[in-house]
Design a protein around this ligand. Structure first.
Ligand SMILES: Nc1ncnc2c1ncn2[C@@H]1O[C@H](COP(=O)(O)OP(=O)(O)OP(=O)(O)O)[C@@H](O)[C@H]1O
Length: 250
């Protein structure tokens, strides 16, 4: 028997298309991210990853297809859908002249958290990443990896169902990259939040991840790492990625 109220997918996308003028950037894209899963949106430059994120976050609008966050349709129920979403954009968005605390308080206020609740949430999220002792420092004085940690903490303050990260390790050194990759996987593994992580770097994939391979605006493969390997008969994920992203539109 089916459960009465199965929890909705953290993210559900169907038949989504988008074009810049005549240039089709997304073509009938569809996939789901279940609660507690970490999905890697893997695609080379120009695959459509940033366009997809812009549609999920409502920076862009498409009349073709549907996007649901925690069951809420982003066009029809945008306030409720966006309230369930946390985002780390590719370009850093901290105010460098404000302290870590001021950056986080401002964001918490935008999400309607009371001052007391905000302080509790800020402390919890900064402590998890070893950043609470740095809370009075200006964002400008933090290195790139630590700024990213603050952005991740900020994206989680309102306890979203879905965390989007658009190539969050670009420009970071190897230890900072590793810390962020491991932390975000730990977050998804703990069941606190579902993750959609856009990257073109295959070494950011963990064996337990779900893959969405995007190339030239179309989903070329979907599934767990073993499923994508089986579908492509490739020896490893690098070979599978090369096979799926070479050549033009089928
Ligand atoms: N503002 C725009 N006007 C016209 N074409 C665009 C625009 N933005 C993106 N494109 C095109 O749409 C396609 C998808 O681009 P998008 O930036 O979404 O890809 P991406 O996977 O995020 O790439 P990258 O990894 O380089 O950021 C590309 O062919 C790109 O050239």
């Amino acid at each position: 028997m089916k459960p009465q109220n199965p929890s909705p997918a953290a993210l559900s996308i169907s038949d989504l298309s988008y074009a810049y003028g005549k240039k089709k950037a997304l073509d009938q894209v569809g996939f789901e991210v279940e609660p507690g899963h970490c999905a890697i949106l893997l695609g080379p430059n120009g695959a459509g990853k940033t366009t997809l994120f812009s549609l999920i976050t409502r920076l862009y609008d498409s009349r073709e297809g549907s996007i649901r966050i925690a069951g809420f349709e982003v066009r029809a129920e945008s306030t409720r859908a966006l309230a369930r979403l946390g985002v780390v954009f590719q370009q850093p968005t901290l105010d460098l002249d404000l302290s870590v605390m001021q950056n986080l308080r401002y964001h918490a206020a935008l999400h309607g958290l009371s001052r007391r609740h905000a302080e509790t949430r800020i402390q919890a999220e900064l402590e998890r990443q070893g950043m609470y002792d740095r809370r009075q420092e200006k964002a400008r004085d933090l290195n790139g990896g630590h700024r990213r940690r603050v952005e991740i903490a900020r994206a989680l303050l309102h306890e979203p169902s879905l965390l989007l990260l658009d190539e969050p390790t670009v420009g970071l050194d190897v230890p900072s990259r590793r810390a962020i990759v491991d932390y975000v996987h730990e977050l998804a593994g703990s069941g606190r939040v579902a993750v959609l992580w856009a990257t073109h770097l295959i070494d950011e994939i963990h064996p337990s991840d779900r893959l969405v391979v995007l190339h030239q605006g179309r989903v070329r493969a979907l599934g767990t790492v073993p499923e994508v390997l089986a579908a492509t008969a490739a020896a490893d994920i690098g070979a599978a990625f090369n096979q799926l992203t070479q050549g033009g539109k089928p």
